[in-house]
Design a protein around this ligand. Sequence first.
Ligand code: GDP
Ligand code: MG
Length: 367
Amino acid sequence: PQGATVSELAELLGAPANDIIKRLFLLGTPLTLTESMSDELIELVADDLGRDVNVMSKEEENSFTFYDDPADLVPRAPVVTVMGHVDHGKTSLLDAIRHTGVAEGEAGGITQAIGASQVSVKGRRITFIDTPGHETFTAMRARGAKVTDIVILIVAADDGVMPQTVESINHAKAAGVPIIVAVNKIDKPGANPDKVRQELTEYGVVPEEWGGQNMFANISAKKKIGIDDLLETVLLQADVLELKANPNTFASGNVLEARLDRGRGSVATMLVTRGTLHVGDAVVAGQAYGHVRAMLDPKGNSVTQAGPSDAVEILGLSSVPMAGDEFRVFQDDRDARDLADQRALKARIEEQNRVKHVTLENLFDTM
Ligand code: GDP
Ligand code: MG
């Protein structure tokens, strides 16, 4: 009960409000029903009433997963990461996909490099994370974040399963994310899509037609063959996952990438996973804090809000957060600032301890 009023606390404790007012009076803090109590006061009064109440610190509160009433959940777009061995066609596929979106008559043209792109297929959106899959997974996993719903594993049909193919499979499996295989370069003379299917079975990636769990699509990213089928496969997989989120609450999500721009200051690409982000919102992202000054969608258009599964570039943070950092919007600007300060302080203390530790070890080394 962060900053609960007297009547709210009475309701929470199931105690008569008059009892609470009496205790407050005895503690030398007369308050009325609608006045709010400090965390300390709440704990004291509860203790007086024989109740053990531990008001959560913001840090503790932040480590909690959000709860949504199922009735508030609505379908959301899938968030997809493309992974695969170098030169198997990741960049070409993302290019082909963006081209598809434009061909469908979407507004805008060339996609700006904001770290994500969005396409519309049969009136349904799909969000693609552009950051190389390995980097995304490593950064997100280091911070315990899960931002990807589906992995597209791209395998060149003329090259087959290679070390980074296996690495990608391991990343996706560790994160519990379903894999759709895009067998690429089928336009090439030496292409053998069935051989790729065969090879992948050794790593537990088995086509549905063979009794397995994985959807496959044969494509040529370069010749733009099979791209629509692949996107429809993504939507099929998304249907299976029944992806949902509550759009009508304060936004939270993850930083996909961030950098310092000479003219614009801290620029961060955020993936909204819950709620709706608005221009003007007070945001904490890792140790960075600020108000959203401006937002750009993946096409570079200025927007005023972004909902679940939307990726936007935001301006206005005080510093540069790290990829994978959680972000969340606070109702109260001071709460946002407090949390950012608390985190920055904690990081400084950890850094100092680390330095001390290293010094001590060095000392022993020289003895
Ligand atoms: P990445 O390293 O996974 O991002 O791979 P790229 O997208 O950069 O592609 C590597 C090379 O393969 C480039 O020369 C592409 O033109 C080529 N390539 C990609 N997709 C195809 C395809 O479907 N067919 C053919 N023939 N070449 C492709
Ligand atoms: Mg590439």
